[in-house]
Write a protein that binds this ligand. Structure first.
Ligand code: HEC
Length: 187
């Protein structure tokens, strides 16, 4: 009897160490992928803004962001997306797990954590399937305000209204959490 318990404890101990290692490894990979996503998007956004202002750059966010996300998702075999508590595109709506993490990011920011340090990873069982889930907060920078701030140019407002009649993603200030990247990896 004693022996059985001992073996069980050892097995549990080992598996939780192995699990911690696995979470750390997968978080590291996710961090790299999110960084690439951000860089690609920012480069495209900058080029399009330079070429024709924010009115022109809307198509980058509208088409390029989901395209980049789909490319990475296919390459890695993961689901990679962006989400937020205040949405522009209803397709980016957070699920229950993501909603909780987004709310938690707001609490952690209020408690003094830097936005760029806000991330969360967890292994969850969803519909009987084991998944690794990861989120990383996205800060609102100055350039973002042209389409997500409080003083958006009238032509940009008009274009946004046509594509996103239910747009809630305005009124942000620099230093707010704009949203988060979210990754789901099958395990
Ligand atoms: C030129 C206008 C424009 C600029 C500048 C811009 N965005 Fe967006 N943003 C959009 C559009 C359009 C969408 C909707 C994309 C879609 O259809 O998936 C969007 C969606 C998002 C989303 C996904 C969640 C949602 O609301 O649907 C995040 C996160 C986001 N933007 C963050 C940023 C950040 C951070 C910056 C600054 C680095 C930024 N955006 C700059 C136009 C812009």
């Amino acid at each position: 009897m004693k022996k059985t318990i001992y073996v069980l404890v050892v097995a549990l101990g080992l598996s939780s160490v192995a699990m911690a290692d696995e979470i750390e490894l997968r978080s590291k990979q996710s961090r790299i992928v999110v960084g690439d996503f951000m860089l690609l998007l920012k480069a495209d956004l900058k080029a399009a803004m330079k070429e024709g202002g924010p009115g022109n750059a809307i198509r980058v966010c509208k088409n390029k962001a989901p395209e980049i996300a789909a490319d990475i998702s296919e390459k890695e075999g993961w689901r990679v997306a962006r989400t937020s508590l205040k949405l522009r595109n209803p397709n980016n709506k957070p699920d229950t797990w993501e909603l909780k993490v987004l709310q938690d990011f707001e609490k952690r920011k209020a408690a003094g954590e830097e936005i760029k340090m806000l991330e969360f990873a967890e292994v969850v069982i969803t519909e009987g399937k084991k998944q690794f889930r990861y989120m990383k907060a996205i800060p609102t920078g100055k350039v973002c305000l042209q389409c997500h701030g409080s003083h958006i140019a009238p032509d940009v407002v008009a274009t946004l209204k046509t594509y996103y009649p239910e747009d809630q993603a305005t009124g942000f200030n620099q230093g707010d959490i704009r949203g988060a990247f979210t990754i789901t990896q099958p395990m």
